[in-house]
Structures are given as structure tokens and as C-alpha cells.
Design a protein around this ligand. Structure first.
Ligand SMILES: [Zn+2]
Length: 430
């Protein structure tokens, strides 16, 4: 039987002074010097930072329906290798996760795979068609206990439907996660609308298409007194609107992706579809505003929007290529480069933005807990001094569409523990 009792020697909890972390039967029982425990496995973690297991609010696992791109097995292994102990699986599968049956199936496959917890996101509208609300109540009461609902990939653009959805989730303390994209303003859009799109002759995707929906939905959430979460914020204007909504005390939360914290639309000049993503890469000024928003808490958390695609859907001409990038296995490293190595956030705040906050927004009581006695032993050991070039061929994800391929990034996930069981050891699947 796999051990769930460990003594982890000399790790630095949240980047602080070295301590020994004792895990007994899947629970953290002591954090301090000189721990010992009969029958426990020992792990030398000198020089490594210990963080609570990361939680992703926005993962596309593609199963059921597109197992050629990813499966729950490969996607959750990729998550564990990235330091995650829980992921929220987006609903745009085939069939769509719009019933208790489909969400329970995804939840059960996640439990069976065992690499991290899989929390299904339910669709807002039946078949993501944007016309009729899905049965939130049945999904909420199912074994999957769905609390986050999203038509991600598509925007709930109908204001009446959005209002009803926000009202509906109040009954069980849920949240609507909006993919903010005004559809008429983005018809045929291929990249950020700006100087670069003009030069390249590609149809532009204006910032206002995102910002108009975010402003409207903040107002709707306030009007009905419900909880709104905004997916993958990508523009400076969006950050300003969210800052304003939060100053009013409204229940609005937001996420930013690692790629929007590091990459800009200049990369599209290569016409390499690995840089094609929804929402699009924006300008350096947007990147700076997103970093500032994450640093000051306007943006609550980092979420990967891990969007695997098979080679034939990505390595093609720009106009027909699929939108999306992989991200689970590089997320923490990209965030270290963008936020920690720039002095914008310390490790304790990284734990907040990548574990505690997303677990709270996703209503996952067993995740995002402090590294303290009594917490479930969900944690990641990370070497911030490591550095290596990203090679998607080595990734556990079934897809290879990483925009960071070839880029040298800091950091290395060394070990991940899910309720005391090692899912990753020595940087490899345990
Ligand atoms: Zn989306």
C-alpha cells in the first residue's frame, strides 16, 4: 500500500525558514524542526519551497469526446506534474457537461485516475447553445457537487439568461464563471485589435468586446446579489472595471492565465498558431496591468486555461488553427518568472493566488488549506533555483501546443502530494 505518512526534511514553507513537515495518514500533523515518526517515509527537501497544492479553476481535460487531445488520465497527470492537487474541468466536452450524469462521469473518472481531484464545471446553458439554462440544481445535488457553472469557450451574451443564471446559483452558493467575449464585436476575430493586427492584416479582437461584457455582468451580479467570476482577464481596461466593482463590495472575482502574464501580441508576427488563443495575447501595457492587478488582489487568482489540441488542429495555417494553449505543466514556472522574480509577489502570496483563492472561489473545502497541523496533506515541493528550457515532448499532456516551447523558464516541481500520497516524486510521476 502507498504510504500517506511522511517526514519532509528542511523544506521552506511559503519560502520561509526551513522546517520539517510531518504527514500522518494523509494529514499534516506537525510543521517544525526535528520531527520524527515511526514507519514514515523520509524526504530530503533542503532548498525546496513548500506550497499548498495548487488549484486550477480553469482546465480543459477534453474527455469525454476529444480523447485525441487529452484524457482525464493524461490531463490530471500533467496537473500533478505542475504541482496541482485539484483542477476544475470545463464543461465544453462532447457530450457537454450540462447534466448530473455527465458531471458525475467526469468526477468519477477523476477519482479513478487519482493524480489530482477533478471538480467538474457545469454548463450554464444546455449544449452551450446559449438559449436555455441547464439543470443547475441536479448537477449541484449530484455526487459531483457542482458549484461553478460556465459556458467557457462561449460567452453567455444574452443579458436575460445571464441574470437568470446568476439568480439560480444563489440557491446553493454557486458562482457563474463568464467567458467575456461580446460575440458580434469579435466575429471572425483572429488576434488582439491594435497596431500588430494592422501590420499583420489579421481581423482584430477589440479590448472593448471583453470589457463591455465584464462591466455588464458586474452590474448584473450586483443587481441580483449573486457571485460572478470572470475567466481569463486579458486587458488593462478589464482590470480597471473589476477594481471598481470590488470597491463597491460586489461579489466579483477574477482570474488571469500564465500566458497573459508573460506573452504579448508581437509574437503573432511569426504567424505560428501556437500563439493563437482566446482571449488573444494583448499588448505589453496590458501585461503590465494584469501583473499589477494580480499583485494588488484585484485579480484573485491564476488559472491556466489549459487547452490541449492535437497537432492537426494547431500546426496549420493561422486562420483555421484552433484557439488555445497547454499550461498545466508550466504554470508555476511562468508565474515565478512574471511575478516572483520581478519582485511583485512573494511565495506566501503565490500560495494565496494559486491555491487558497481558487479553492475558495471553486468551493473546494479540502483544498487550498494552510500548511499547518490539521490540514489535508495537499502540497507541492518546488525548486525555484532550477532553470531549464521547456520541451513539450517531455510533457504528460497528450498535446504539445505550449507557447513556452524552447523558452528557458525558472523553477521545477520536485514533488506533489495529494492527501499524503505522492503523485510526483523527483519531478516524475510517482
Ligand atoms: Zn474561455
Amino acid at each position: 500500500m502507498t504510504s500517506t505518512s511522511w517526514v519532509i526534511r528542511g523544506a521552506r514553507p511559503l519560502g520561509a525558514d526551513p522546517a520539517d513537515i510531518t504527514i500522518t495518514d494523509g494529514t499534516i500533523t506537525a510543521v517544525g524542526a526535528g520531527a520524527g515518526q515511526k514507519g514514515a517515509q523520509e524526504l530530503d527537501a533542503a532548498g525546496l519551497i513548500a506550497l499548498p497544492g495548487l488549484v486550477d479553476l480553469h482546465t480543459h481535460l477534453r474527455e469525454p469526446g476529444r480523447e485525441d487531445a487529452e484524457t482525464i488520465e493524461t490531463g490530471t497527470l500533467a496537473a500533478a506534474l505542475g504541482g496541482f492537487t485539484a483542477v476544475h474541468a470545463m464543461a465544453n466536452t462532447d457530450p457537454v457537461a450540462d447534466t448530473a450524469g455527465v458531471t458525475e462521469q467526469i468526477w468519477r473518472l477523476g477519482r479513478a485516475a487519482g493524480h489530482c481531484d477533478v471538480q467538474p464545471v457545469g454548463a450554464v446553458t444546455v449544449g452551450l447553445a446559449g438559449s436555455r439554462l441547464a439543470e443547475f440544481g441536479a448537477m449541484a445535488e449530484s455526487a459531483a457537487r457542482v458549484r461553478v457553472f460556465s459556458d467557457d469557450g462561449r460567452c453567455v451574451s444574452d443579458a436575460v439568461l445571464m441574470r437568470r443564471a446568476l439568480e439560480y446559483v444563489k440557491a446553493f452558493g454557486g458562482v457563474i464563471a463568464q467567458h467575456a467575449q461580446e460575440p458580434r464585436l469579435t466575429e471572425g476575430a483572429q488576434m488582439n485589435e491594435g497596431a500588430a493586427s494592422g501590420r499583420l492584416g489579421l481581423a482584430g479582437w477589440p479590448a472593448v468586446a471583453e470589457e463591455a461584457i465584464i462591466a455588464r455582468d458586474c452590474l448584473l451580479a450586483a443587481h441580483v446579489g449573486s457571485a460572478l467570476h470572470i475567466c481569463h482577464v486579458s486587458t488593462a481596461g478589464s482590470v480597471e472595471i473589476i477594481r471598481w466593482a470590488k470597491s463597491k463590495g460586489w461579489r466579483v472575482t477574477a482570474e488571469v492565465t500564465p500566458h497573459h502574464l508573460l506573452l504579448t501580441d508581437d509574437l503573432v508576427a511569426s504567424y505560428d498558431p501556437v500563439y493563437k488563443v482566446n482571449p488573444p495575447l494583448r499588448t505589453a501595457a496590458d501585461v503590465a496591468a494584469l501583473r499589477e492587478g494580480l499583485a494588488d488582489g484585484t485579480i484573485d487568482c491564476v488559472a491556466t486555461d489549459h487547452a490541449p489540441h492535437p497537432v492537426e488542429d494547431k500546426e496549420t495555417e493561422w486562420a483555421v488553427a484552433a484557439f488555445g494553449m497547454t499550461g498545466l505543466e508550466t504554470a508555476l514556472r511562468v508565474v515565478q518568472q512574471a511575478m516572483v522574480d520581478t519582485g511583485l509577489l512573494g511565495w506566501a502570496q503565490i500560495a494565496d493566488r494559486m491555491s487558497a483563492r481558487p479553492a475558495a472561489i471553486g468551493r473546494l473545502p479540502g483544498q487550498g488549506q494552510p500548511l499547518a497541523p490539521g490540514s489535508p496533506a495537499n502540497l507541492v515541493l518546488y525548486d525555484p533555483a532550477a532553470s531549464s528550457a521547456v520541451d513539450p515532448a517531455t510533457h504528460a499532456s497528450r498535446s504539445r501546443n505550449s507557447p513556452f516551447a524552447g523558452l528557458t523558464l525558472p523553477g521545477q516541481v520536485v514533488a506533489t502530494f495529494l492527501r499524503g500520497r505522492a503523485t510526483v516524486l523527483d519531478g516524475k510521476p510517482a
